[in-house]
Write a protein that binds this ligand. Structure first.
Ligand code: CMP
Length: 138
């Protein structure tokens, strides 16, 4: 078990001007930011990042969405980071997300759900390395 997770503030959250509010909530919830940048995924990037979903009916829509504007990519540190961050962001569908979670507050729909959180320590490491060079993680 590592103490890091990977997150993206997705294009809808950036478009709506929620970067500051979401990063504040993440910090206030005990996560330390150890890598951070604004970046714009190419179609090839998004297809590769979400390759696990390539057979899903929403894959094309997901790639369009994730490439339509810049995202904020970040690596976060906290004890039990993966699980605690998924609790903080709430259910994939904001309609099912608990009160006070980031998706309840900022997400519009199951597709445009404002924020990503890694689902395992292994994927946190893979996803962090996808977006950040070693010298960009502290
Ligand atoms: P996330 O769980 O972070 O990673 C997969 C993403 O696919 C998910 O967030 C949503 O953005 C998107 N997604 C999941 N389910 C659906 C769905 N039923 N329709 C459209 N998009 C979806």
């Amino acid at each position: 078990v590592t103490n890091r997770t990977f997150t993206m503030l997705k294009p809808d959250a950036v478009e709506k001007g929620h970067i500051g509010a979401i990063l504040d909530k993440i910090s206030a919830s005990g996560f330390k930011v150890v890598a951070l940048k604004l970046t714009h995924m190419t179609t090839a990037d998004a297809k590769a990042f979400y390759a696990i979903h390539s057979e899903r009916p929403f894959y094309g829509e997901l790639v369009e969405y994730m490439t339509r504007g810049p995202i904020v990519a970040a690596v976060l540190e906290k004890d039990n980071a993966v699980e605690d961050f998924r609790t903080l962001i709430g259910a994939t569908n904001p309609a099912d997300a608990a009160e006070g979670t980031i998706r309840k507050l900022y997400a519009a729909s199951i597709g445009e759900n404002a924020v990503h959180g890694s689902d395992s320590d292994e994927n946190a490491a893979i996803e962090s390395a996808f977006h950040f060079a070693g010298r960009e993680m502290f």
